[in-house]
Each structure stands twice: as structure tokens, then as C-alpha cells.
Design a protein around this ligand. Structure first.
Ligand code: GLC
Length: 819
């Protein structure tokens, strides 16, 4: 056993020599037995060397690197024996220093790296690392020095970081965990897992997002523990005064991301990991899925069912049965004799066909994909060079190593034929990776890891992300300037650069409706914006009420898709008869009406890194009770939604953040900063619009692009406080926005008791084809006598039930409505 000889200072708070304890590792890996563990801690820093924006501290043997990335982001890494691993990350593709405004100072107690907005303190007494803001308020501080244990089996270390957990500190993030939104008092593991019919509190699930947001005394910061090995987080569960994160391998490497607002933290997390590219606008429509719609005649019955009943729908999915023996990139010609014709007919009717593609490739020398992959040595191998084999849907399979860039390139090219057939989107499933029986790959499977080789322990959590990356990048090449649509089940931080996600195999129960509502909010604030649940629940049977309540939630999920397992009854929006069908239609129509608002919110995410869904704690983090609210959320920052999550209820309590809100259904003005009781008959859920908002609206279409939009309705909600909104417009399906071919319209609304103004300014090079706005001004506190637009009078307007309506050319600069 080694001794930590570095820690000799009597003042050191942390344990200084070896500890024999049953550590975290043993709690999580009972198979390890209870061997004594030697935990080694950083000693005393005795020097610092600066190299540009990087600072190296050492205790004589271990090294700590601090890198200044922006004025609010600093990364910390530890090399136990002084040698850092190569600086490579799938989560953070480019580590660009975006500031030069930092300096190093020191005094008797500490080294201090300061940017204009934060400070990183490295204690000379005990190597504790702390962060503070420019007011010197400490936001994060080590509870013990960073430490590690040698891994005698695999080499490397188990690495640990432990911070002080403050009494009122709360925690959010970590992706798809099916538990309360606030993570305080809980412990989690990240290891991508196929979790069929998962339950409340089950952990881990499908994704690894090792990023959390802490809020303490009104100040937020984030920690992104960029480590792909099995990782663990403890938010005061084992010891209420400590927050820990640790991993079974790799480097102790984390980013401190300062707020002070939670929105700032999420935004800055996206500076590191990227945002979601703009999806094709149709992907924001309604999607219908089932395991599986086949044969072709069934697909046609379903799609016709939508059009006959006038229920809008854009996406239609083919699950595994479209393939020949579940072989990816093949077609079952008995069920689908002429896919090209079918897909073209569906497209003519406005449907975009999305097909599933799994990672398991059937071992079959007469199957070209297998043959080529085998010849080119693209499949994963075990430590002794045997192929990694496992059973999945097709039977015995081998699995491409998506961490190899050459394999990704090959895989991406395989979609060429599907695209030529007209397929519009790809659904990557089972990519945890899932293997029947064993669960996943054994640890010893080798991965190329973009030249930074590693075992499956290191690559497991990024396997799915690299699969969907290969899919997305391949599609992007094939489609040229058209936007691909992709969806993945598994992923790691940064997956949002390549795909949308759904929350996996949920259950048709009221509890799962509640879980889904939390999961979507959590994913959104964890940097996974384009997310949704299997509406209705994947397994089990919802009744009409549950299904309708789920459609209502889904209307306000960034991704809206109904899906169900093969052994369940039919599950389309009309399957439950009336009154359910009419209500389902009403909500799906609402989604299409709000399409330009939702699309603009997506742009706000893409361009600025804001989440699409925002739990109320993100609106008002200074109100402590909001840290425990998890039902209501805003979509963007203008529309507040509170789904109904229980059967048979006619009323529910909704918290409205401070400010004024309009009831979307009744236009009644309500004061926020308090809870309100809202009626919830089956055909409605509480929806409120913030005063001062400009909400653009399209006419109902049966699919995106059905109608040439001739006029956009602008719903303007009166406010006596100046308020800003924006609307984003572009072609909706190309990457022209990357060349500034888009239009960002900024609106400013302001009102008094006798007048109201609406100003518009434009940014970007796109020109929409419609000419007019149809204004609907809600909540005017006076009867309008005159309307002037850019110095011209508008004579044609109506005013009924305090709603003012008129039309005007879209190119106005200033509207003045007067008493
Ligand atoms: C998995 C997926 C599910 C899919 C099924 C068959 O269970 O999570 O969505 O329908 O596999 O492909």
C-alpha cells in the first residue's frame, strides 16, 4: 500500500494517509469485495507555472491544471502522477479560450486566478479549490482535496471531487433521471442503460449528462464533470454537508460554470458542448409512431386516418418490422414491396417517413452491410481480439465501433439509399448499447475512441452519441443543404449537436405522465433541448383520459410523438372515440398554430443556448419555494403551461411567477407571484401568456408546408411595463441561416392607460413571402379610438370584448394605439 507522503501540513483538514474504508466504489461495485482502498489526496501546492490561459499547480507529484475559458468558465483537471491524459473530449469538441482578461495573484494563503467575473482560489494550506464571484462571495469550495484511488485491475484511477453542500443549496440537471426535479439529498449513477418500463427513482437510465446546476442563496453555478466512464453524483445524500462526484476511471476533470442566474449557467454549458442545430420545421409537428406499422397497407390506413379526420401530422415512423429480418438498411419486401412509391405517396400527402436503425448488425455473410463491416474490420472486438457478439432483434450481431471516425464515415454513407428512397428522418435506438441477456458490452471491449483508445468502460457512455453523430453527419452530407432529422435514445453531453431524444420505454400510467413532465424539463435544463416522451406510454394501456392528458403535455414538449409497444391496442389520436378525439385534435392544432412561436424558441436555443422548457425555478431562482415546484414550466419565456397529471380533476393549483399573465383561453389578466386555482375540464390545461408578449400564430395546417402562409397572426398582450419579444423566420429546412439568411424580428410592447405602442425592428437577410399581419391585441385597458402605423391612420379595425383586431403590412416600424 502506498502512503501519501505529500500531505505533511498539520493544518490539513483532509485525511492525510491511507484510509481503510468501504468507499463509494465498493457501494457501487459490490463485486469488488471489501478490499482496503488507498485513497490519495492532493497535498500542498508548492508552485505554479503559467502557460497562456493555463495554470499548473503541483504538490511535488500530482499536478492540477486550471484553464480559463471565458470570464465565467474555468476548467480544473488533476494528474495524480503529474502526467495529464491527452486533452480530448466528445462532449467539448473545441476548447477555445474566449477571454484574455485574467490574472494570477498570490498571497500567503492562496493562489488566485481572477477574471472580471469570477475567481478561482487554490489554497496553499491544503489544495482546496474554491470559486467566488466578483463580490468575493464563495459559490463552490472543496470539502476535502481532490483525491483518487489506483485501479489495480484496469490501471488508472477512481477519481473523486467533493464540495461543501450548503444547508439551503439545491441541485438540478443530470439529464433523464426519473425523480424529483430538485436533486438535493439524492445519489445517482451514469451508465447508459436500456431500461424498459423504468420506474420512478430508477437509476441509471438511457443517457449520461454529468452536468448539474447548483443554486445557493440566489446564486447559481454549474459543474460539468466531463468524464465518460461510469460516473456518480451525490448531492448531500451520504453526508448532508457534502456534494461529491466521482468516476470509475479517466481524469478528474470538471468545468466550473458561473451564473449567477441558472439561465446563464445553461447558456454557458452550451458554449462548451454546443447547441442543437435548427431542425427542419416539420420536426416540430406531430409525429405518429408504433411498434410497428406494417405492412404498407397499414401505414396507408393510419396516414389516411389523420387526413380523413383532419388531425394534423407530419412524421410517420417505421419501427423494426420494415426491415428484412431486422437487418439494418434492408427492406422486408413482403410487407413493403415498393418503399420508394409508398414514401413518395406519403410525402405527397405531407408525411415525412422516419425509419429506425439500430447498432446491432446481424452476423450473416450474405448481408452486404455485415460483409463490408467485417472485411473492413469496423466491428468492435474484445481484449483478446474476438469480435464482440451479442443478441439483439436480428439475432446474433456484431456492432460497429462508432468511436472510430472511419467507421462513422462508412456508417453515414449507408444512409444514401434510404435518402434516395425518400426517407426524411432516422431514429437510432438500442444504442446504450443494449444487448439481450448481458445488458450491454463487457468492459474489455476495445474502442478506437478517435485515436485515444479505450475499453468499453471509457466508451460505453458515448457509444450512442457517436452512433447518432455518424448518422447525423452522414445524412447532412447526403442531404447537402437540407436539415436532417435524427432521434436517439442513448447519448452523452453534447448529443444535442446531432439529435433529438425521447425518454425511452415508459409506461401508460399517471405516474409516468408526471415522470415525463419532469424528465422533459430536466433534459431541457441539462442541455438536451429537443426532447419528448412516448405520448400515451410505451407499454401498457392508457384510457382515453390519460392519453388526452398526455397529448396536452406533448403539445408543449419540444418533441411531440405518440408511440406504443406492439402488444398494446391501437393508439392513434382517434383510438378512444369522443370526446377524446376532438380534444386531441384541438391540442395538436394548437401546436400547429403556435408553430412560429415554437420555432422562434428553438432559434433562441440554437443561437443563444437557452433551454426550450424552463421550470419556474429558472424564472425566479430567488424564491426558495420554486426550487421544489416541478409541474408548471414555461415554453420559451412567454407561455406558461401546467399539465394536468391526475385523473378526474376539475381544478388545479398553478404558480405564476411575478408579473402579469393572461389566461390563454379566457384572456383574463392575472397577477403573478402567487398560486392560482385554474379550472381543468378535460378539454383544457392551464396556459398563461406573459403580459407584453407578441405570440405569432399560423393558421392550422394538416402538416408543415401544407398552406402557403398568407398572413401571420400576431397576438399582442397589452402590458404597462415595456416588454420584448422576437420572432424568427427562415426557409425552415435549409442551412441558409448559417449564412445569415434568416429574419429575427424584435418587438417592443409598451402601454399606458391611454395608449399602447408596438415597435418592430429587423435583423437578417430573409424575406418572408406573406405580406400582412393580422393583429389581435389582448387586454387593452381602454377603448381604442385611433390607430396610427408609421404616421398613417388605420381606419379599419374592430374592438370586441376588449380584443382589438386589424390587419397591416408586415413592414411596420411603430404602431400607436390611442384612446
Ligand atoms: C425499444 C425502443 C422502442 C421500440 C422497440 C422496437 O424498446 O425503445 O421505442 O419501439 O425497441 O424497436
Amino acid at each position: 500500500m502506498e502512503e501519501n507522503i505529500l500531505n505533511t501540513d498539520p493544518n490539513i483538514v483532509a485525511p492525510v494517509v491511507e484510509e481503510e474504508i468501504e468507499g463509494f466504489r465498493h457501494l457501487n461495485n459490490p463485486a469488488d469485495g471489501i478490499k482496503p482502498i488507498v485513497k490519495k489526496y492532493l497535498g500542498i501546492p508548492n508552485s505554479v507555472v503559467q502557460s497562456g490561459n493555463k495554470f499548473y499547480f503541483t504538490d511535488g507529484e500530482a499536478k492540477v491544471e486550471a484553464v480559463v475559458i471565458t470570464n465565467e468558465i474555468i476548467r480544473i483537471r488533476v494528474a495524480p502522477h503529474g502526467v495529464f491524459l491527452e486533452d480530448f473530449s466528445y462532449g467539448v469538441p473545441k476548447l477555445e479560450a474566449r477571454t484574455t482578461e485574467f490574472k494570477l495573484t498570490e498571497d500567503a494563503d492562496e493562489y488566485r486566478i481572477s477574471t472580471p467575473n469570477i475567481r478561482c482560489h487554490i489554497s496553499k494550506k491544503n489544495f482546496f479549490i474554491a470559486f467566488s464571484d466578483s463580490d468575493n462571495k464563495v459559490t463552490s469550495v472543496d470539502a476535502v482535496p481532490m483525491h483518487w484511488e489506483e485501479n489495480t485491475q484496469f490501471g488508472g484511477y477512481y477519481v473523486f471531487g467533493t464540495k461543501v453542500c450548503h444547508p439551503s443549496e439545491t441541485f438540478f440537471g443530470l439529464g433523464d433521471k426519473p425523480t424529483e426535479l430538485n436533486l438535493r439529498g439524492k445519489r445517482f449513477t451514469n451508465w447508459n442503460t436500456d431500461a424498459y418500463s423504468f420506474q420512478w427513482g430508477q437509476d441509471p437510465l438511457y443517457r449520461t449528462i454529468p452536468f448539474y446546476i447548483s443554486v445557493n442563496e440566489g446564486i447559481a453555478h454549474g459543474i460539468f464533470f466531463d468524464n465518460t466512464f461510469k460516473s456518480h453524483f451525490d448531492f448531500g445524500a451520504e453526508d448532508a454537508s457534502k456534494t461529491s462526484f466521482w468516476s470509475d476511471g479517466g481524469e478528474l476533470q470538471y468545468y466550473y460554470i458561473h451564473g449567477p442566474h441558472m439561465m446563464d449557467v445553461v447558456k454557458r454549458y452550451h458554449i462548451l458542448t454546443g447547441t442543437h442545430p435548427m431542425p427542419p420545421m416539420w420536426a416540430l409537428g406531430y409525429h405518429q409512431c408504433r411498434w410497428s406499422y406494417y405492412p404498407e397497407s397499414k401505414v396507408r390506413v393510419i396516414t389516411k386516418g389523420f387526413r380523413d379526420r383532419k388531425i394534423p401530422c407530419d412524421g410517420i415512423y417505421l419501427d423494426i418490422d420494415y426491415m428484412d429480418g431486422y437487418r439494418c438498411f434492408t427492406w422486408n419486401r413482403k410487407y413493403f414491396p415498393d418503399p420508394k412509391k409508398m414514401i413518395a405517396d406519403l410525402a405527397a400527402d405531407g408525411f415525412k417517413t422516419v425509419v429506425i436503425i439500430d447498432p446491432g448488425i446481424r452476423v450473416d455473410d450474405s448481408y452486404p452491410v455485415f460483409k463490408e463491416g467485417k472485411e473492413k474490420r469496423y466491428f468492435c472486438r474484445r481484449s483478446d481480439d474476438y469480435f464482440m457478439e451479442g443478441h439483439v432483434w436480428p439475432g446474433r450481431c456484431q456492432f460497429p465501433d462508432f468511436t472510430n471516425p472511419e467507421v462513422r464515415e462508412w456508417w453515414g454513407g449507408l444512409f444514401d439509399e434510404l435518402v434516395q428512397l425518400g426517407v426524411a428522418g432516422v431514429w437510432n435506438d438500442m444504442n446504450e448499447p443494449a444487448v439481450f441477456g448481458a445488458g450491454t458490452f463487457p468492459d474489455d471491449v476495445r474502442h478506437q475512441y478517435d485515436g485515444h483508445r479505450g475499453s468499453h468502460r471509457k466508451a460505453h457512455n458515448v457509444y450512442g452519441m457517436q452512433m447518432v453523430r455518424a448518422t447525423y453527419e452522414g445524412l447532412r452530407k447526403i442531404l447537402k443543404n437540407k436539415r436532417p432529422f435524427t432521434i436517439t435514445r442513448a447519448g452523452y453531453s453534447g448529443l444535442q449537436r446531432y439529435a433529438s431524444v425521447w425518454t425511452g420505454d415508459n409506461v401508460a400510467s399517471w405516474e409516468h405522465l408526471k415522470i415525463g413532465n419532469i424528465q422533459c424539463q430536466r433534459l431541457s435544463m441539462s442541455g438536451v433541448p429537443f426532447c419528448g416522451t412516448d405520448i400515451g406510454g410505451f407499454s401498457g394501456e392508457p384510457d382515453g383520459e390519460l392519453f388526452t392528458r398526455w397529448i396536452q403535455l406533448g403539445t408543449f414538449s419540444p418533441f411531440m410523438r405518440a408511440h406504443s409497444a406492439g402488444d398494446t391496442k391501437e393508439r392513434e389520436p382517434w383510438s378512444f372515440g369522443e370526446p377524446f378525439t376532438a380534444i386531441n385534435r384541438k391540442f395538436i392544432e394548437l401546436r400547429y398554430r403556435l408553430m412560429p412561436y415554437m420555432y422562434s424558441t428553438f432559434w433562441e436555443h440554437h443561437r443563444y443556448g437557452f433551454p426550450i422548457l424552463r421550470p419556474v425555478v429558472m424564472q425566479e431562482q430567488d424564491v426558495q419555494s420554486n426550487h421544489f415546484r416541478q409541474d408548471e414550466f414555461t415554453y420559451g419565456d412567454k407561455i406558461l403551461v401546467c399539465p394536468v397529471l391526475e385523473p378526474g380533476i376539475q381544478f388545479r393549483t398553478v404558480y405564476l411567477p411575478k408579473g402579469k399573465w393572461y389566461n390563454f383561453w379566457t384572456s383574463e389578466l392575472v397577477d403573478g407571484g402567487k398560486e392560482v386555482q385554474v379550472e381543468t375540464p378535460l378539454d383544457t390545461i392551464p396556459i398563461f401568456v406573459k403580459a407584453g408578449s407578441v405570440i405569432p400564430e399560423y393558421p392550422v395546417q394538416q402538416y408543415v408546408g401544407e398552406l402557403e402562409i398568407e398572413e401571420v397572426k400576431l397576438n399582442v398582450y397589452y402590458s404597462d411595463i415595456e416588454a420584448n419579444s422576437f420572432v424568427f423566420e427562415d426557409y425552415g429546412e435549409t442551412f441558409a441561416y448559417e449564412q445569415d439568411i434568416y429574419l429575427e424580428k424584435k418587438f417592443q410592447v409598451n402601454g399606458t392607460q391611454t395608449a399602447m405602442t408596438i415597435q418592430q425592428s429587423l435583423e437578417g437577410l430573409y424575406t418572408p413571402r406573406y405580406e400582412n399581419y393580422n393583429f389581435s391585441i389582448v387586454g387593452l385597458p381602454f377603448k381604442p379610438a385611433n390607430i396610427m402605423v408609421d404616421n398613417k391612420w388605420v381606419t379599419n379595425f374592430t374592438f370586441n370584448n376588449s380584443k382589438l383586431e386589424f390587419r397591416h403590412n408586415k413592414n411596420f416600424k411603430m404602431i400607436k394605439i390611442m384612446k
